[in-house]
Design a protein around this ligand. Structure first.
Ligand SMILES: [Zn+2]
Length: 299
């Protein structure tokens, strides 16, 4: 697995050479920027692989140089985790990050009862407990198989049938409450994992954006967790196909726990032509209905 950092920022065209020189001082060779003729702005979009040669700490001090020397303060940052073929071949479990490169993979909440409480006073993250079945507009499903609603996965009847025929185990179904257009409503089920995985290894990659200040002391706010990393021995006795992570994740506002799926489940989705095999969000196979599974890492 490699960690890549993408930056996006623009400057006056007049100082583009100076920007290139600052990056060069840190050992990073920038491509020529894209120039917008209308504004005479130079737009830079480097993608840097983080490793021993270029660490994130170096990038943070590079940002400081850009600010103090050239007055550049607004720098967009994004991390990518790129897996090797052997990461895909070895992983017994996968996190499911998306069921389509499209906003159609999300269902809005239409009135599920939650009890909410503040998890952290500093960053304001909220913990919520589900008190009723999910309330969603199932007419949005159309021919989709699995949609994401408020941190949970909701399966169509078609998917449930395929999972049953494929002997997928380790989950419960809770039928959702339909709220919306009556004509196109369909039965749909929240997928509830029956087993909780052991805790991730302490060596799991943890990142934060230097441009957004320090991460919160609660260990969640402002932290970007890398792929789930497990001690191999801790997973030796697992059975079943659907699991809940032990750790909290968050969407910037609410906490939730990730659902992980077995290799068998991923294979079933690909064999049934529900999704192409997608390896990373930059993969050309990642279309509007394709599923993005990331392998867990073992050590
Ligand atoms: Zn916090």
């Amino acid at each position: 697995m490699k960690v890549e950092l993408e930056n996006l920022f623009s400057t006056d065209e007049a100082i583009q050479d100076k920007v290139i020189k600052v990056f060069k001082r840190y050992g990073i060779f920038l491509c020529e920027p894209v120039i917008r003729e209308s504004s005479l702005k130079a737009s830079f979009n480097p993608i840097v692989t983080l490793n021993e040669d270029v660490t994130y700490e170096q990038m943070a001090s590079l940002y400081k140089s850009l600010k103090s020397e050239l007055g550049i303060v607004s720098i967009g940052e994004r991390f990518y985790f790129t897996f090797s073929d052997s990461d895909y071949e070895q992983a017994p479990l996968f996190t499911l990050n998306s069921t389509g490169n499209s906003t159609d993979m999300f269902l809005d909440d239409r009135g599920t009862l939650f009890s909410k409480s503040t998890y952290c006073d500093h960053c304001g993250l909220i913990e919520k407990e589900q008190l009723s079945p999910l309330v969603v507009d199932t007419s949005k499903f159309k021919d989709r198989y699995l949609l994401h609603a408020s941190g949970y996965w909701v399966a169509s009847e078609k998917l449930v049938t395929i999972m049953e025929q494929g002997n997928i185990e380790g989950y419960e179904l809770l039928e959702v409450i339909h709220q919306g257009e009556e004509d196109w409503k369909q039965p749909a089920y929240q997928l509830i994992p029956k087993q909780v995985l052991p805790a991730c290894s302490a060596d799991r990659v943890k990142l934060h954006f230097a441009t957004e200040g320090s991460p919160c002391r609660c260990g969640l706010g402002g932290i970007i967790n890398g792929p789930n990393l497990y001690e191999k021995n801790n997973l030796a006795d697992l059975t079943g196909d659907v699991f809940q992570a032990a750790e909290w994740s968050h969407n910037g506002k609410y906490l939730y726990k990730k659902t992980l799926f077995s290799r068998k489940f991923r294979d079933l989705i690909i064999e049934n032509n529900i999704s192409l095999e997608v390896k990373g969000e930059k993969d050309a196979n990642f279309g509007p209905k394709d599923w993005l599974f990331d392998p867990i890492l073992l050590r």
